[in-house]
Design a protein around this ligand. Sequence first.
Ligand SMILES: Cc1cc2nc3c(=O)[nH]c(=O)nc-3n(C[C@H](O)[C@H](O)[C@H](O)COP(=O)(O)OP(=O)(O)OC[C@H]3O[C@@H](n4cnc5c(N)ncnc54)[C@H](O)[C@@H]3O)c2cc1C
Length: 569
Amino acid sequence: MKNFFTDNEWLGRQLLHPEMHRIVELYEQGYTAAEHDEEAPRNLEEARVGYWEAMRILGALCAEHIAPYAANVDREGPRCEAGRVTYAVGTAEAHRLLVESGLYGMSLERRFGGLNFPVTLFVMASELIARADASLNNLWALQNCAETIATFGTEEQCERFLKRVAAGDTCSMDLTEPEAGSDLQSAMLRASWSEEQGCWMLDGVKRFITNGDADIHLVLARTEAGTNDARGLSLFIYDKRDGGMTVRRIEHKLGIVGSPTCELVFDHARAELVGVQRMGLIKYVMALMNQARLGIGAQSVGIAEAAWRQAQLYAQQRRQFGQPIATFTAVAELLATMRTKLDASRALLYATARQVDVAQGLARQANRKGLEPDERAAMKQAQQRADMYTPILKLMSGEYCNQITYDAMQVFGGSGYVKDFEVERLYRDARVVTIYEGTSQLQVIAAMKYITNGALVGELRARAEEVAARGGLDYERWVLTELTERFVELIQRTEAEGDAFVELHARRLVECGGALLMCYLLLAEADDERMRCSMRHYVAMTRSLVMAHIEMNNALAPEMAKALLASVQ
Ligand SMILES: Cc1cc2nc3c(=O)[nH]c(=O)nc-3n(C[C@H](O)[C@H](O)[C@H](O)COP(=O)(O)OP(=O)(O)OC[C@H]3O[C@@H](n4cnc5c(N)ncnc54)[C@H](O)[C@@H]3O)c2cc1C
């Protein structure tokens, strides 16, 4: 029986990561939960067995019941009739299976019907589902909305909505409007308080909403009439059972066809406020989007994993000039590069998830019984790391996912361009990961903050000390120390030329910093020859990237850049 979890040893390894020890202890309240809850694990081993079993069940589901129908879902797609959406048959069936397997709501607390799994497991589940069908992963990953309600909603809202999510009700995140895409602070959908009804009412249009006919929506809306910035926006829960919202149309898209992308019309739809007014975008949506960006990292890795596997298999089977094409250096190097980028993306994905878990686990503890000063400092550090890693992950894994699916199609030759093989769909599905949940350009802006305030360089130095403490890999550590110094010089030289020059080279700076971070993460994971092979390759690629970006910084002088940019405006 095929299984997407057990056929990938890198996933099992994540469960054995040393940091999981602390994470599980935090989530399980030092294993005291087992005293009053028979479903709670009594120790790390029991928890790991539970995680392993859940991933094994999901891995089988993905391989046997989801992946085989992904092509049909892609052909059929969802339909919109009379303002309501019907999923493709395969999507509806896969959703039913996921709910029946008891995996829905896996990261929610047990009192809300969840499994109390760390975010790391939710991310792993997303990777597995995305490998099987990236469009289905969108419906799955939108459970993030429940996390936002759990963090910022009232106890009563949690009781009402989280249990429904754990039972399989779906969610959507309604932020984008025709005139508010990257610039969400200009969202104008109106929320007004109705004295008569004793509730908030929503009026306006949302565009590009994934799973827009969901049961439970989080909606960004303007509560402060006369404002036009972020301070006038609040976050609401809209319950489809209350009516007042219709789906005007669904988009015809290049990829992730099974995931309905909807235009929504709210017409005096009842809604309830999350948290306090005016904090919608500033606080709640930022937290929601960070979770969603982690989810896109998982989706990127899942799609890339599928593409890499398909390409490797094909390259071994396809013969030209009397030999398997995998034996041609040009093809073998393509395959090796794909695998290395995939390994680097996965290393950053799970490192980010673990930081989120430490921060979230300590935040839960803070709510229960408060924190000691050292725990509070640890929570702050983990949150800062999570905030810094997330845009880098979204940028790098999204771009790599596109490069990997592009190269996979190249390995297939003409057969990759036609619909006979899965790689054609993967190539189309991949395209959106650098666009939604904030484009790559927006991730660069978010990540630049950590370059200009020195946090990313500080992080690289901290990681260097960690790997030095483990010993070994002297040459690679020396290369990375040298490259980090070149990177610091590059930042200083760029900053010396002023803000416009920093903006011009921002993407190159973030790519250098991101690649160096991923090098250190790979160094820490290079426990066997296979991983050392990828790590050395990635260090070499990063060396070449940093050098190329330094050259570009020298070559594209400020005056030339100014003239160049003006010429296209
Ligand atoms: C399939 C799909 C599903 C989606 N699902 C959802 C969903 O569930 N919920 C939701 O709310 N939204 C969703 N979206 C919307 C998505 O998040 C936006 O499309 C995305 O944020 C970009 O906004 P935009 O399309 O308006 O592009 P624009 O904001 O118009 O951007 C166009 C170009 O300009 C660049 N740009 C814009 N501002 C800047 C800047 N300050 N600096 C540098 N470059 C900039 C962008 O990078 C991009 O290249 C979805 C979109 C798609 C395609």
